[in-house]
Design a protein around this ligand. Structure first.
Ligand SMILES: Nc1ncnc2c1ncn2[C@@H]1O[C@H](COP(=O)(O)OP(=O)(O)OP(=O)(O)O)[C@@H](O)[C@H]1O
Length: 358
C-alpha cells in the first residue's frame, strides 16, 4: 500500500484540539492545548507521569469531557459526542482482551456487536490476524499467548473496525525491552500499511523518537514543544525538552558566555563532545576546554565520560565503543583531557519561548 506523508498533507486535520483544558476539582490536568494532527500521521504524546498525556487521549476518545475547548475529528465537532459516535478506537496497555473468548472471537468482537454476517466476519478476522502475522493462533485463548502476541491481537481487534484514528495508551508498556523494540518496528510497519492516524502515548523518549512522524513533549499539563523527532532532539526549545529527550549538557548562560561568547542557555549532546589530548591542536570552529575525568561509565555500545572542567562545569562526553573488544579503554578516571566540540553543535535553548503548535 502507498506510504503516507503526513507532513505534506494539507487536507483537514484528522484531530484538532482547540484550547482544550481539563480540571479534576482543583487540579489542572491539561491547560489550554492546541494541536492539529494530520491524517495518516504517527503522532506521539511524550512526557513524564502525570503530565496529562492520558487525559488528552481519553478526551479524544470521549471517555473524559474537556472542561474547556473544542475537539474536532476530521472537521466535525465531537466535543460532547459519546465514544461510540467517534470514529476512533483505543488500544490499552493491558490489552483488555476477553479471557473466555478465543483469539478470533476477540478480534471479531467489534464486528459481532455491529451485526456483520458470519462469512464477511470470517474474512475480515482472517485478514486482520494475517496483518499482525498471527493467523496460526486463531483458536487459542488469550492466556495461551505471549505478551507480544496479546499486544498484536489487541491491535488487530482495534484495526478491524477501520477507525480513522487509533489511540494507543502505552501499548508496549508491559513488554520487556527486547520485545518492546521488536514490536516498535512492527507497529510502525503496520501503521504504514493501514495508513490510519495513530496517536500514541508514551513516557519512553527513545520509543517516541523511533516511531513518530511528530512528537509532542508534555510537561505539567502543557505542551512544551511539538516537532519531528530530529527537531525536538537536536533543537530543544526549552530546558525541560532538552533534558527529557535523552542526556544533554545544559550550559548555563554564564558558562555559555565564557565558552561560546553567547550568553544564552545552550544544550550540547554528549555524543557531540569528543576527548582529545591536552596538547592536540584545535581546528577553527572548535571549542576546547580542559578538564579531569571524574567518572567513566561503560554501557556496552558506548562509554560516557564525566569530565570536570576548570571552569567548574561538568560536561558529559559519549563515545561509541568501536575499538576491538579486548582493548582496554585508553581514558581512565583522573586523566587530564581536552574536551572538543564544534561551536555550532551547541544549540541555544530559548527556554521560556513557545513554539507554534500543530
Ligand atoms: N479521574 C481523575 N480524577 C482526578 N485526577 C485525575 C484523574 N485522571 C487523571 N488525574 C490527574 O491528572 C493529572 C494528569 O494525569 P494523566 O494520567 O493524564 O497523566 P499522564 O501523563 O498520562 O501520566 P501517566 O503516564 O502516569 O499515565 C495527574 O495529576 C493525575 O493524577
Amino acid at each position: 500500500m502507498a506510504q503516507h506523508s503526513p507532513m505534506t498533507d494539507t487536507s483537514t486535520a484528522a484531530v484538532s484540539l482547540r484550547g482544550i483544558g481539563k480540571q479534576f476539582g482543583d487540579l489542572t490536568a491539561v491547560k489550554d492545548l492546541d494541536i492539529d494532527i494530520q491524517p495518516g500521521e504517527f503522532f506521539s504524546m511524550l512526557g513524564p507521569s502525570g503530565s496529562g498525556k492520558t487525559t488528552v487521549l481519553r478526551m479524544i476518545a470521549g471517555f473524559e469531557e474537556p472542561t474547556s475547548g473544542q475537539i474536532l475529528l476530521h472537521g466535525a465537532d465531537v466535543t460532547r459526542a459519546a465514544p461510540f459516535d467517534r470514529e476512533v478506537n483505543t488500544v490499552f496497555q493491558d490489552y483488555a482482551l476477553f479471557p473466555h473468548l478465543s483469539i478470533s472471537e476477540n478480534v471479531a468482537y467489534g464486528l459481532t456487536v455491529r451485526g456483520i454476517d458470519r462469512a464477511q466476519k470470517r474474512r475480515l478476522v482472517d485478514a486482520a490476524l494475517e496483518q499482525v502475522r498471527l493467523g496460526h493462533v486463531a483458536g487459542r485463548r488469550p492466556s495461551q499467548l505471549s505478551g507480544g502476541q496479546r499486544q498484536r491481537i489487541a491491535l488487530a481487534r482495534a484495526l478491524i473496525l477501520r477507525p480513522k484514528v487509533l489511540l494507543l495508551d502505552e501499548p508496549l508498556g508491559a513488554l520487556d525491552k527486547q520485545l518492546r523494540e521488536q514490536m516498535q518496528i512492527e507497529l510502525k510497519q503496520i501503521q504504514r500499511e493501514v495508513g490510519i492516524t495513530f496517536i500514541f502515548v508514551t513516557h519512553d523518549q527513545e520509543e517516541a523518537l523511533t516511531l513518530s512522524d511528530r512528537v509532542a513533549v508534555f510537561n505539567g499539563g502543557k505542551i512544551e514543544q511539538v516537532g519531528s523527532p530530529r527537531e525536538v532532539y537536536e533543537f530543544p526549545q526549552t530546558a525541560f525538552v532538552a533534558g527529557f529527550l535523552g542526556v544533554t549538557n545544559l550550559i548555563s548562560p554564564e558558562a555559555s558566555q565564557q565558552l561560546l561568547d553567547d550568553g544564552r542557555l545552550h544544550s550540547l549532546r554528549p555524543e557531540r563532545v569528543h576527548l582529545a589530548e591536552l596538547a592536540a591542536g584545535v581546528e577553527p570552529g572548535t571549542v576546547a576546554v580542559a578538564g579531569t575525568v571524574a567518572e567513566t561509565v561503560y554501557a556496552g555500545a558506548h562509554t560516557r565520560y564525566l569530565v570536570d572542567t576548570e571552569m567548574g562545569l561538568r560536561i558529559i562526553s559519549e563515545k561509541q565503543n568501536t575499538h576491538t573488544p579486548r582493548t582496554e579503554p585508553s581514558v581512565r578516571r583522573g586523566d587530564r583531557v581536552s574536551l572538543r566540540f564544534q561551536r555550532d553543535h551547541a544549540t541555544a535553548v530559548p527556554d521560556e519561548a513557545k513554539v507554534p503548535v500543530g
